[in-house]
Design a protein around this ligand. Structure first.
Ligand code: ATP
Ligand code: MG
Length: 147
């Protein structure tokens, strides 16, 4: 599924000259694949939107015990520490000047968080302005979900 997201976004990635690193074995996540797809799509779209040309996105997935851990990292704009707690709020955008931009409603992360929570998981963020951002999604998964 992550590979699918990257394939779909490939055009944006080449246009912006972003490199993508994908580190993931075959992990099949249990859950609503349409909903989880929206989570990956929003995280990857954000990473592309907020990373200048020439940047790198790293997407990694691995299994740790009973949990699947997916990280989406970019080396883009970053988010100021004082705003980090708010980015999962509905309609919250760090840069309000983007508010008129089409396709930027500030809802993406609020929806992603609801979806992840509905699957019994968590979504966390760490970020440094000027260095980049990492989103970590942890979802419960069973050992036999791994191919
Ligand atoms: P939508 O997802 O609804 O199209 P959006 O991308 O602006 O709009 P969210 O995905 O909820 O909204 O993200 C909220 C805000 O968090 C963004 O407007 C942006 O300011 C900040 N943000 C999210 N991801 C990143 C990132 N990878 N790097 C820097 N800032 C980010
Ligand atoms: Mg978004």
């Amino acid at each position: 599924q992550l590979r699918q997201v990257i394939q779909i976004m490939e055009w944006h990635l080449t246009e912006k000259e972003l490199a993508v690193r994908l580190h993931a074995g075959e992990i099949r996540l249990t859950g609503d694949s349409n909903l989880l797809y929206q989570v990956w799509m929003n995280l990857v779209t954000n990473a592309i939107k907020y990373t200048p040309a020439g940047g790198t996105l790293s997407i990694a997935a691995h299994v740790e015990g009973q949990q699947c851990i997916v990280t989406v990292t970019d080396n883009g704009a970053g988010i100021p520490a004082e705003q980090l707690p708010m980015i999962f709020d509905r309609f919250y955008k760090v840069d309000q000047s983007r508010s008129r931009e089409p396709g930027s409603s500030g809802l993406g992360l609020a929806i992603a968080q609801k979806i992840v929570q509905a699957h019994g998981g968590t979504i966390e963020v760490t970020s440094t302005v000027g260095e980049g951002t990492t989103f970590t999604v942890t979802l419960p998964c069973h050992p036999n979900d791994i191919d």
